[in-house]
Design a protein around this ligand. Structure first.
Ligand SMILES: [Fe+2]
Ligand SMILES: [Fe+2]
Length: 471
């Protein structure tokens, strides 16, 4: 095969000089394109989408915008520039030089971390594949596709690591990424939140707010890794993740704004009859997405997480800004436990509480957006506050998995839970209602009735620009 890979696969990893890697990617690429056509955005092969393509890691490389057919998108492989003389920041190897090769004794753990991260990327594309049929505007449709192609690129990033550094089993894992599928009963994606459906746009904006934020925290923790290629790959991925969260946060803000406008106009909080999304529905979607995302952080107490930390494979969020010994062999933190149907605390070695630390940082970051949402509601003089549910609410992993709790964190029995559940989490009637509002709007500049227009268009273009051309 005679392909100029610097052209078709933009990269800064000297792809054209690495014959072994080239061969592996040559074999993988057709399978990836088939997967995209089969399980990527549904019936969109001929759409020309105004997309941003990364062609290098400097600021100029990012400014590459133009209409592209998605299967022809140039998925590239990029690492952030190496930091000079970077040292390992935590764990047993703290202070030593970082690794450019995979250490044999940590190979299995490192591969598992990369596979788990990699698996979420194509999963989200699969989860979102039907959304184009109900897009609220061309602007939003384009943003959906931008997120999708970048999640595709994130898969490329992880596949690159597997193929370049893990030999044959890495290549097998790369193939597996395309054979597990979101929601497939026989071969599901690894993490549960990535098997849920994302069939309506309220779910999509919640997904990009909450699930992609989990992505940010996982990538940030992996970017602390002693394994240089992983660290540098994740650092570059974080720049894309920021855009996904922007789509989520501004999407939710625009929905809230429209909801508040309708509430004021009709002087009622039941605005679904007027084509809007009630605040209490938005709250239920928050409750659902936030609680399933907390599960993504794993158990509060975890020896795996402790091992990853001590080995230097996965750190904490902004490790070097934390003021402690970065070994955690003698420190303790307070963790929740359930005792006599109550949530109590107990002192636990900080090393086994690494997941909890990342989860808490995630919770703080999530709350910041909620504060902005509430400012909008306040500005319309509406007396409602959106909140994040308590960590005990609706959990399937960790200390809270065997109890039922209200959104405020009160432990309740199963009967009470069953009675109240539909007031806290989306019911089938809520899904039906939200779905009924989802009608496709593709006239440039027009918006569906349940969402306010964005403040500005993309890359300096007007809001009514033709971001997607249909043929
Ligand atoms: Fe991603
Ligand atoms: Fe993302």
């Amino acid at each position: 095969m005679n392909i100029n890979y610097n052209e078709t696969i933009p990269n800064n990893v000297n792809l054209s000089d690495d014959r072994r890697l080239l061969r592996a990617l040559e074999q993988w690429q057709p399978a990836y394109i088939n997967w995209w056509k089969e399980l990527g955005p549904d019936q969109t092969q001929n759409f020309e989408v105004y997309l941003r393509t990364a062609i290098s890691v400097d600021a100029k490389g990012w400014a590459h915008f133009g209409h592209v057919r998605m299967p022809e998108y140039r998925w590239g492989i990029f690492l952030s520039p190496a930091e000079k003389d970077r040292r390992i920041g935590f764990g047993h190897h703290k202070g030593e030089s970082t690794w450019t090769e995979v250490p044999g004794e940590y190979r299995t753990e490192l591969r598992r971390l990369i596979v788990t991260q990699g698996d979420t990327e194509p999963a989200s594309v699969e989860q979102q594949r039907h959304l184009s049929k109900t897009c609220p505007s061309l602007y939003d449709l384009r943003n959906l596709f931008q997120v999708n192609v970048e999640e595709g690129r994130h898969l490329w990033a992880m596949v690159y690591l597997l193929q370049a550094y893990f030999g044959r089993d890495g290549r097998e894992e790369a193939d597996e990424m395309l054979s597990r599928h979101a929601g497939d009963p026989n071969k599901p994606r690894i993490l549960e939140a990535f098997n849920e459906q994302t069939d309506d746009w309220l779910s999509f904006f919640m997904f990009t707010y909450f699930q992609d934020r989990d992505g940010k925290f996982q990538l940030a923790a992996l970017s602390e890794s002693a394994f240089e290629p992983l660290s540098r790959t994740c650092r570059f991925m974080l720049t894309e993740e920021a855009h996904h969260m922007f789509v989520g946060e501004t999407g939710i803000m625009r929905i809230i704004q429209r909801t508040c406008e309708l509430m004021r106009e009709y002087d009622t909080d039941k605005i679904s009859l007027m084509g809007g999304i009630d605040l209490n529905i938005i709250q239920k979607w928050i409750n659902f997405h936030y609680s399933i995302c907390l599960d993504l952080f794993g158990s509060e107490r975890s020896t795996n997480a402790a091992n990853y930390y001590s080995m230097g494979l996965k750190g904490r969020y902004q490790e070097n800004k934390i003021n402690d010994d970065h070994l955690l062999t003698d420190s303790y933190v307070s963790l929740p436990k359930i005792e006599e149907d109550e949530i109590r605390n107990e002192e636990t070695p900080a090393l086994t509480a690494i997941n909890m630390k990342l989860r808490e940082d995630y919770a703080k970051d999530s709350q910041r957006g909620l504060d902005r949402f509430n400012k909008i509601i306040e500005s319309y003089c509406i007396d409602t506050k959106l909140t994040l549910p308590h960590p005990a609410f609706n959990r399937n992993i960790g200390v809270f998995k065997d109890v039922k709790a209200s959104p405020s964190g009160k432990i309740i029995d199963a009967t009470t839970w069953n009675k109240q559940r539909d007031q806290w989490l989306p019911s089938s009637a809520d899904y039906e209602l939200v779905k009924s509002l989802m009608v496709q709007v593709i006239e440039p500049g027009k918006m569906a009735g349940w969402i306010a227009p964005p403040k500005r268009g993309i890359h300096g273009l007007p809001i009514d620009y033709e971001y997607v051309l249909f043929h």
